[in-house]
Structures are given as C-alpha cells and as structure tokens.
Design a protein around this ligand. Sequence first.
Ligand SMILES: [Zn+2]
Length: 268
Amino acid sequence: MPEGHVLHRAARLQGKRLAGRTIRAASPQGRFSAGAAEIDGTTLEAIEARGKHLFYRFDGGRVVHVHLGLFGKFRVQTPPFPDPSPNARLLLSTDTDRIHLAGPTTCALLDPDAVDRVIERLGPDPILDPVDGAERLTRSLARRRIPIGAALLDQKVVAGIGNVYRAELLFLVGLHPFVPANEVEPEVLDQLWKLSVDELRAGERSGRIVTVRPADVGERTRSALGRGERLYAYKRQGRACRRCGTDIVSADIDGRNVWWCPRCQPER
Ligand SMILES: [Zn+2]
C-alpha cells in the first residue's frame, strides 16, 4: 500500500499541473459519474494530502476525497491522451494534462464538514506536523498498551506510516516492535518522530523509500543504491543485518508482518 510520502508527492506534482485550472471531470468506469458531473467545469483550487488521504478542493466548497488503498493507482498523462482504461474511476483533465485514477478504495464527493471529520480521526502527519507531532504522539501512546509496532500502523496515532516505514523507523531507533507503546521513553519517541519527519520528507522528494545510511553501505549515496540495497529490515528475514550481521527476523502483528534485527533492536 502506498505510504504517506506517495500521497504528498502526488498532491505536489498533480497540483503543479492542475491547481488553479478549470477541470473537466469524468468517470469512464461509471462508479463516480454523479460526483464527476458535479465538479466538471469548476476550478480546482488545491490538492492536499494528509496521511494516506488526498483532498481535491474545488471552488464552491466541493471536495473529492481519495484513498488509494491496496490497489489504487494514479497516472499522469499528457496529450495525445490514450483511451482511458475501462476501470478509470476518475479523470481530471485540462488541455495539457490528465490525472487518471483507477482502483482506489475511496473516491467520494464530500462537503467541508465531512472532510473535517476525516481529518479529525487522523493522528499527526510527519510531513505536515513536524513541530508539534512528537508531543501528540507521546500523549496518544501513553494510553496504549499495544505493541509499538501495532501503534505505528494505526492512522489515529500517526498518519502516513505504512509497513515499510514502520519496520525501518523501528530499526533506526533501535526499538523492538513488541515493546508496549506506553513503555517507550519520551526521548525515544522524540527521536522516532524526528526520524519519521526526515524519512518521509526524503521519500516525498525522491518518490522512493531509502533508509540505509552511507556508512552502512560503503559510503555510497542514497541515489546510487539499487533495489534490495535501500532498506535495513523490511522483507529481509533470514538475511544479515547491515549493521551487525545478525539474521533479520519477522513476525505477525495484527495480520501484518513486521521485520527487525534481534541484536540492534533487543527485547526488553
Ligand atoms: Zn543488527
């Protein structure tokens, strides 16, 4: 599933092309025809991301809420536009650009109050709330006895972290994924928050998740690393930890796998 950096990047790049423009909207698949008709011919004022959610704000207060879920995918197209795929839920186009959206979990027209309700249910977003997010995270985890690894995927706790960033952030901060959330020291949570801000911002800029530090991969730069060299823990079970050589292990938390190094992230 795309993590928060993907949505922030989509908001920024799509906004450059479409914000401030009069938009033609259509739903070739048909499942969003009524919503598309409502925004067709109106001006797209802004595209905003929060966590894994996107909000397309049109003049007159109409907002299209998109959540990609597991299978949703954007394509950015330029003329000559290809025929849309039959499962295109939403096309947003001008003469020069087209956003093609297929397979989202959510694509719905919301009024501003409903948008606020979606946003109120979300925890701090590392990209949007770098300054006060650590305090909000600390407060919210103080009430939770669930494993820190489970808490980090709960979008009410922190918005935008998915399975890749969860494993990598826990590695970077040296936390075992099964430590109860309310037993993690405030200074460790502070560090975890700062790392999540830095890592999601880097992911937003580059469009990919690269967490390994040059010192652990022969001083090569992030951009020089190939697939399979960019992460410390995610999907690396049975392979040697890049820092200490111990085999990475994995386990299930709430139906999702988590990976960690037993030596760099000791059990308490
Ligand atoms: Zn290790």
